[in-house]
Design a binder for this molecule. Structure first.
Ligand SMILES: [Fe+2]
Length: 403
């Protein structure tokens, strides 16, 4: 397919995305913010009249003791709990089905996710599936639910995905590992607790990787062709907060101010991407995850500088506007220089938080298929600022392979 027809096709799909974005609402959860918010959220669960809640989490968080205070608080409020701790990174449909079976066996009337993006996404699909008489697989797509979810609550333990506010959830096919996206405003929780206490034990590498995921959501939303004043508002706040607070949270995990600021930055990034979408960073990063198992945030961190460089000319005005808005550039700096300053600052942040950019065993034989998948994702769903050629992406993959 020629470059011209590729772009034409992508633009036609984009027109449909624009309509969908306008029509599909993006409800927002009530946010409880700050130290103790996780336990306060249990009060909200109680106020709603929940009798028995399914806790969706992973085995590591249970072992680390992160879940226990929540269970104790719920018990003190007279709420029974059933714990599903089988969530794995990039949860598969089988994992989600296991959680759904526990919910049904336990006769739970609500779902509470305690975890990172994987647990939150699994909980979203479990809660939607439970009320809609549809399997998780049948919910993949846009607006496949017909009824509201079971009451859903979320305690994020990482500051990255912003999944507690997004209208999407990702589940993977067990065999192909292809990601299926459930897009439905019904998966937005009733309430979420952004609590630095549950984030303070997050390891350094996870803090860095997930924090850069939040930054990438904000930057890709900002660079999107369908960005609005609303999405810019949240995206620029998220960028400013990540640049300021991620190095602090990385160097001192117990700094609760930095932790809560990062939690909020991730939340704002999620609000921005709900309406403005993502871009090539995610489209290419997903391939690094699928082929080489690179964690989501880290693969974004690896790809991000290349896409910023690629966009330097295409949207230097926009990048400059952002640089001025977040205080990196002064009002009288030229667009070109201001955009450069922003890109330099992002690259410095990646160094400051020690992003591991090495991906062992990258195989150039994989690259053609990775390019096709990246384009299928980017050109079908994202409003990118400037279209790439297959050779552009291939070159980036070779550069990443060289480390
Ligand atoms: Fe992401």
């Amino acid at each position: 397919m020629s470059r011209f027809s590729t772009i034409l096709k992508a633009k036609a799909k984009l027109a449909a995305v624009r309509v969908a974005v306008t029509v599909i609402p993006a409800p927002r959860p009530i946010v409880l913010l700050g130290e103790g918010a996780a336990l306060n959220l249990c009060n909200t669960v109680s106020h709603i009249g929940v009798k028995r809640v399914l806790i969706v989490t992973d085995a590591i968080l249970v072992k680390l003791g992160v879940v226990e205070p929540v269970l104790n608080k719920l018990a003190a409020l007279g709420i029974e709990t059933v714990v599903f701790s089988g969530v794995t990174p990039d949860p598969t449909i089988t994992v989600v089905n296991e959680g759904l079976a526990m919910l049904r066996m336990g006769h739970c009337d609500a779902v509470l996710a305690v975890g990172g993006g994987s647990s939150i996404d699994a909980a979203k699909v479990i809660a939607l599936s439970a009320t809609n008489n549809k399997t998780p697989r049948e919910l993949i797509g846009i607006l496949k639910g017909r009824k509201p979810s079971l009451p859903l609550f979320v305690i994020p333990t990482t500051a990255g995905t912003g999944s507690e506010v997004t209208i999407g959830a990702v589940v993977s096919d067990d065999q192909t590992h292809q990601k299926g996206l459930v897009i439905d405003p019904r998966v937005v929780p009733l309430a979420t607790a952004i609590d630095p206490v549950v984030m303070q034990g997050m390891p350094k590498a996870v803090t860095a990787d997930t924090g850069i995921d939040a930054l990438t959501h904000a930057l890709e939303s900002w660079m999107s062709e369908i960005a609005t004043d609303d999405t810019d508002y949240f995206a620029s706040a998220a960028v400013r907060m990540v640049l300021t607070h991620l190095p602090v949270a990385f160097n001192d995990g117990k700094n609760l101010d930095a932790r809560v600021a990062m939690g909020l930055a991730a939340h704002y990034g999620g609000m921005a991407l709900n309406k403005a979408g993502l871009g090539y960073v995610h489209a290419i990063a997903h391939q690094l995850g699928a082929h080489y198992g690179v964690p989501h945030g880290r693969s974004n961190a690896i790809v991000l500088p290349y896409i910023l460089e690629f966009n330097r000319d295409a949207c230097s005005e926009r990048l400059a506007e952002l640089a001025r808005k977040v205080g990196i550039a002064t009002p009288d700096t030229s667009d070109r220089i201001a955009a450069d300053q922003l890109i330099t600052q992002v690259k410095q942040l990646l160094k400051d938080v020690n992003i591991n950019t090495r991906i062992p065993d990258m195989n150039p034989a994989d690259f053609p298929a990775m390019v096709v998948s990246a384009f299928a994702e980017a050109h079908g769903t994202y409003a990118v600022a400037r279209y790439m050629d297959p050779k552009d992406v291939t070159n980036i993959l070779h550069e990443i392979a060289r480390g």
